[in-house]
Design a protein around this ligand. Sequence first.
Ligand SMILES: [Zn+2]
Length: 353
Amino acid sequence: MEEKKEQHQEKEKTFQEFHDWRKPIDEQVKEDLKGYFQDRDYVVMAVPKEEPLRAWVVKATNTARTAQHIHNLSPMAAAVMGRAIVGAILLSSLIKHGSDQKIALKIEGDGPIGYVYVEVDGKGRVRGLVKNPDVPLFTKEVNGRTKLDIAKAVGNGTLTVIKDLGMGKPYVGVVPLVSGEIAEDIAYYLVQSEQIPSAVGIGVKLGENGQIKVAGGWMVQEMGGTSEKALQVIEEAVKKLPPVSDLLEQGKRPEDIALMLIPKELNPHLLGLKEIEYYCPCNEDMVKGLVAGLPEDEIEKIFNENEFMEITCHFCGKVYRYTRDEVEKIKKELSKEKEENSTDEGEKSKDQS
Ligand SMILES: [Zn+2]
């Protein structure tokens, strides 16, 4: 608990330093920044001045739209994927900001979507996939409003979080789905597996054309040692907060929502911002490794039936295409590299002995 408090003070100090050297930003720069971020996806992080609490608010509309486009998702599948994307971004608060560490969220149930899987790295790069992209629309009535029935598309099942901190074996945590609506499930995971009391809200809205209109979410976390009074203020603010999809639709920005979650009386500070985008790091080298690993009879079979070998990336839809000659060349290239490496190894062990 002490350590967390220190971390918080450290953050506070960094903010103070930032604040001290900061020159007043003139109105034009403010307007330019606003324009720059108008159509971009990003997360803001905010903390109260005194209390060990933090809030994350994310807008991920473009990222969710890109996912819908790449995977040709039905409106319902796009809504589930959109929520999972926002959830995974909120979970990326568990990895180091700006690093290559990765966090993956898999929601798997007995509903028609099968599963949805999303990865996010410390730099805000997101990619994902879904088992069944063509789920029909399910809706339900809540307080006289028609809402998407995400839980029906997901069904009963599990939520898995895989944290790859770049230190060997990834950490895997699994919890049962408590609602299937994703936000509540993520809050449950954070409390159960990470011991971080959290409140989470996620919202995705579809346009009349069935395309993602807005996608976003928020999270407030208690880092230990928060005063009763502050907790009450936050609880009240969370209760009063309108659905995040409504706020985004009205043009509210993540920083506006963060300041609604941490009201003025707690003296909120915006600590930082991270851009979010759909990005797949797949490349020729990775695919070549895959090609070289294929058994000869399988390669034979592919070329008996096709002129090209085509390998499609499941995350981004990019197609890698090779002729028979190219495949042979890749196999030779890589087996040569392998030989060279094993010679190196041999020499190394010789040196050691
Ligand atoms: Zn890819």
